[in-house]
Design a protein around this ligand. Structure first.
Ligand code: IMP
Ligand code: MG
Length: 174
């Protein structure tokens, strides 16, 4: 089945929204140093654009997680494929995600990060599909709420493709 990508959010819309979020986050963290924790791979494009718009001092670390497979899908257990390089103790952590879908990944990840002794942990996601939520996840800074469509671009992939698109597109099969 052939697929094509239909634009959902233009590059201009995404950039403008990230600029707003950067300003809001900079205000909220005034006087602090913000530790950005990026969830690879999807979060990396958003992380770079957001970090450029934040005016308080920023440090950055990365982690990579994968779902533990079909058998554990319902338990929401994810495997840490690459852990953070630095400890979180006393840091003001902002987790940077590409999308919150069922919420399973973050329901697992956020408590785990909170156990590491940070001063605070908040979450930002570029996209949120609230209709798909299966577990409760509190998002502190949302880029866009979108309908239940499969989207690509700005870090998001379909079969590892399309991450490099500078806009958010919906995959349409024809
Ligand atoms: P969760 O269901 O909230 O745990 O989301 C898990 C992961 O699924 C996200 O971090 C994305 O990597 C991926 N994902 C969910 N929805 C989409 C989508 O529409 N396009 C591409 N990846 C998605
Ligand atoms: Mg992700």
């Amino acid at each position: 089945m052939a697929e094509r990508v239909q634009v959902m959010l233009t590059e201009e819309q995404v950039d403008a929204r990230i600029r707003e979020l950067g300003e809001q986050i900079s205000r909220d963290y005034a006087g602090k140093t913000l530790h950005l924790v990026c969830v690879l791979k999807g979060g990396v494009f958003y992380l770079c654009e957001l970090a450029k718009r934040i005016t308080v001092p920023v440090t950055i670390d990365f982690m990579s997680v994968s779902s533990y497979g079909a058998a554990t899908k319902s338990s929401g257990v994810v495997k840490i494929v690459k852990d953070l390089d630095q400890p979180l103790i006393d840091r003001d952590v902002l987790v940077v995600e590409d999308i919150v879908d069922s919420g399973r990944t973050l329901s697992y990840l956020l408590p785990l990060l909170k156990d590491r002794g940070p001063a605070s942990v908040k979450l930002t996601t570029l996209l949120d599909k609230p209709e798909r939520r299966e577990t409760d996840v509190k998002v502190d800074y949302t880029g866009f709420e979108i309908p239940d469509k499969f989207v690509v671009g700005y870090g998001l992939d379909y079969d590892q493709k399309y991450r490099n698109l500078p806009y958010i597109g919906e995959i349409v099969f024809e």
